[in-house]
Design a protein around this ligand. Structure first.
Ligand code: ADP
Ligand code: MG
Length: 447
């Protein structure tokens, strides 16, 4: 698609022309129209695919063409995980606004605070920076975000990796999110922590995902098993692990408490198992991952904390003890196996409380999904009927509808209160605000 086919202001078209950019990249072609409509956006595409202009063009267009909410507060705030990235974005922005009476400030950690205070007193319409220093200016009352119209988070998941969750929350709280538009861009979307952030910071975001192929999953055999309750799941788990000689296994649970409990249970069965959860310190987590990575442990029981980024070539089985709430998390979890041409297996247990997740995963996968059974471990639970007013008929709801309330009320079942922490606790509530930043500081963090 040509830039001229997009509803861009002629001034921006001109700037692109001068630069010799005529053809929009795919992410630009898809994201820009939504961004210009004022919709919240969560967009993902490979590195080097032009995400920066995909958010800068709509941001500049907004400032050029719309009345400001405030003449003092910045209208657009762009956050990036590292100084280098923030700088790069800032210079692209400078180039776009060069011919206009617009101001931009670059606010980075490690630089003189007072100089930044001075820069902010000139009321720039754009602020580009790193989350920690921006939060410092909010605390120091040298920056207010009441008039913010657009919040952009570049490589949002990376910011979470670096431990900026608290700062992002502070920034979110300082900028009225009923008035503002929010956009997240990242190379990866399937990050449990990012989903949490998305839910608290974005309003019904439109999702765009380009070039994230699920082709690798052709190497993964995926099976689903119905389960009555937690005890039943535990028996299924033991069966799966012993079914064949698996090199290494990852078991995903919905809650942190279950990681410890299940891991102990497996140890009692004579297996080398270890639990990883956000309750642990970063040091402990590093140790666990290195033990598992070296093959000293056979089974890793974890939450979605480990669903992203881990490249563990010996994992031949992934078990979803509980289904993740979001379907793309499922894809990412099972993506821990079947890597680099290896074959892998994924099994998922579907109890009454997993049913809604199961339905969304099923439609997300866009392939026929059927249930397997193991002799002697068959479930009484056969699936739930849709709520009365639901329009879409559920394919299979055999048996009695009474299954629903009966199976769902057992003390061992995962109620909503058990599923909920999965979204928030791994990042939001753990007492480790500065640690991960220190750990990664040497490499690429600026704070
Ligand atoms: P990403 O953020 O997706 O990693 P960038 O926004 O950094 O990618 O863009 C990568 C490079 O592509 C930059 O040098 C940018 O100037 C260039 N670029 C962006 N959009 C276009 C386009 N439509 N046509 C040609 N080059 C582009
Ligand atoms: Mg980028």
């Amino acid at each position: 698609m040509q830039f001229s086919d997009l509803p861009l202001d002629h001034r921006l078209g001109k700037a692109l022309e001068i630069k010799g950019f005529t053809e929009a990249t795919e992410i630009q072609a898809q994201a820009i129209p939504y961004a210009l409509m004022g919709k919240d956006l969560i967009a993902s595409s490979k590195t080097g695919s032009g995400k920066t202009l995909a958010f800068l063009l709509p941001a500049v267009q907004r400032v050029l063409t719309k009345q400001p909410l405030s003449r003092k507060d910045p209208r657009v705030l762009i956050l990036a995980p590292t100084r280098e990235l923030a700088k790069q974005v800032f210079f692209q922005l400078k180039w776009l606004i060069a011919k206009h009476q617009l101001k931009a400030a670059l606010i980075l950690g490690g630089e003189n605070f007072n100089d930044q205070v001075k820069a902010l007193r000139h009321y720039p319409q754009f602020v580009v920076g790193t989350a920690g220093r921006i939060a410092d200016h909010l605390a120091g009352k040298s920056l207010y975000l009441n008039g913010l119209e657009m919040l952009i988070m570049d490589e949002a998941d990376r910011m979470l990796d670096l431990g900026f969750t608290e700062q992002l929350k502070q920034i979110n709280a300082a900028a009225d999110h009923r008035k503002r538009q929010s956009m997240m861009f990242s190379a990866t979307l399937d990050n449990a922590a990012l989903h949490y952030l998305t839910q608290s910071m974005l309003k019904a975001p439109h999702r765009i995902s380009i070039g994230i192929s699920s082709a690798e999953h052709k190497d993964i055999q995926q099976r689903f098993f119905l389960a009555d309750n937690v005890t039943h799941k535990e028996r299924l788990l033991a069966h799966m692990i012993n079914e064949k000689d698996h090199r290494q296994v990852i078991v995903f649970t919905a809650t942190r408490a279950d990681t410890e409990r299940l891991s102990s249970l497996l140890k009692e069965q004579g297996l080398y198992s270890i639990a990883l959860s956000g309750d642990l310190s970063q040091g402990q987590r590093n140790n666990i991952m290195s033990e598992f990575g070296r093959g000293q442990q056979h089974i890793l029981v974890t939450t979605d904390i480990a669903s992203r980024g881990l490249d563990l070539l010996n994992v031949s089985l992934v078990v979803n003890f509980d289904l993740p709430k979001l379907a793309d998390e499922y894809v990412h979890r099972v993506g821990r196996t079947g890597r680099a041409g290896n074959k892998g297996e994924a099994v998922s247990f579907v109890g009454p409380k997993d049913w809604a997740s199961y339905l969304s995963i099923k439609s997300f996968l866009q392939q026929e999904v059927s249930f397997n059974e193991i002799e002697g471990l068959e479930a009484k639970f056969k699936g739930l009927r849709p709520p009365k007013k639901a329009k879409a008929p559920v394919k299979k709801a055999p048996g009695k509808a009474a299954n629903n309330s009966k199976a769902g009320s057992g003390a061992n079942n995962q109620g909503p209160d058990r599923v909920k922490p999965m979204q928030g606790t791994e990042v939001g509530d753990r007492p480790m605000k500065r640690k991960p930043r220190q750990v990664i500081q040497d490499d690429d963090n600026e704070e």
